[in-house]
Design a binder for this molecule. Sequence first.
Ligand SMILES: NC(=O)C1=CN([C@@H]2O[C@H](COP(=O)(O)OP(=O)(O)OC[C@H]3O[C@@H](n4cnc5c(N)ncnc54)[C@H](OP(=O)(O)O)[C@@H]3O)[C@@H](O)[C@H]2O)C=CC1
Ligand SMILES: Nc1nc(=O)c2c([nH]1)NC[C@@H]1CN(c3ccc(C(=O)N[C@@H](CCC(=O)O)C(=O)O)cc3)C=[N+]21
Length: 290
Amino acid sequence: MADIIDGKAFAADLRGKVAEGVAEFSAKAGRKPGLAVVLVGEDPASQIYVRNKHKATVAAGMESFEHRLPADTTQEDLLALVAQLNADPAVDGILVQLPLPKGLDENAVIQAIDPDKDVDGFTTASAGRLMTGLPGFVACTPLGCLMLLKDRLGDLSGKTAVIIGRSNIVGKPMAQLLLRESCTVTIAHSRTKDLPDVVRAADIVVAAVGRPEMVKGDWLKPGATVIDVGINRVPAADEGKTKLVGDVDFASASETVGAITPVPGGVGPMTIACLLYNTLEAANRREGLA
Ligand SMILES: NC(=O)C1=CN([C@@H]2O[C@H](COP(=O)(O)OP(=O)(O)OC[C@H]3O[C@@H](n4cnc5c(N)ncnc54)[C@H](OP(=O)(O)O)[C@@H]3O)[C@@H](O)[C@H]2O)C=CC1
Ligand SMILES: Nc1nc(=O)c2c([nH]1)NC[C@@H]1CN(c3ccc(C(=O)N[C@@H](CCC(=O)O)C(=O)O)cc3)C=[N+]21
């Protein structure tokens, strides 16, 4: 049986370390680090995420600025809010919760964020800095995945890594991070031929697809380390109830692999912990304390 990588416990530990850093920052700077979260519309999943982020931010000793806007907010008003947050000295990090309601230009809003406050790591400036090896913010989900991998495996150099998914927020930055760690990286996607054979070559598999339990145990190399990013809500055995599953078929995978993250309790909690980590980093840099 595979070892279960306890993302929830790792995240709790990281949040504790961030809280210590926050106390140090606040003593030196005479103010708390501030994170602004912008939520447009009523998407129920987004509301839960934003509430959890708010709680975690306050628990770490940071200031949380929540901006909830109606679904019919105009592009102009949203851009004006981002500009206001860019200029606000109390705000170190800005996160605009995605997806935005239809009609709003997600890309234009993200690019309006000051890269020095881009704690989500979603601006082209942040992506470019990661790609070229300059200091900047790394997207929270891939950063959390990397922390779990390094904790488990230590030095990653020379390892074969397959990432399934090529989104700008997970797959691509994950590939850049693993390349930076000197892995031999393959990025698979919906057009990849013979995906099970591609995956079977990997020492490290990161699944970020959005398809419930797609990756089966017999696709995986014995002993491999598997990071399951997928968050899929599916019907549960109990009539009318739902549950969360990943992109990996946990039951069959855990028969073969060396270690695997569960869903829930794996990558999800790391994403929020890394958001706090990036926000503290942003605050320290802005105050010249980094
Ligand atoms: N734990 C966390 O904190 C987070 C979890 N997530 C979860 O991670 C998952 C991925 O998210 P995200 O990257 O935003 O998703 P996207 O939908 O943006 O990207 C999905 C990727 O999977 C690829 N794909 C789709 N179908 C297949 C297939 N049959 N075989 C191989 N590849 C396929 C797509 O390929 P193509 O490009 O060819 O279309 C695409 O590159 C989702 O379940 C999401 O909920 C996301 C963010 C944070
Ligand atoms: N600008 C922006 N930045 C994001 O980082 C961002 C976003 N938009 N939009 C949505 C996705 C998704 N996301 C998750 C965060 C935490 C969990 C998480 O904590 N999951 C728990 C379970 C939570 C539950 O029970 O629903 C777990 O996996 O254990 C999941 C998913 C961040 N995202």
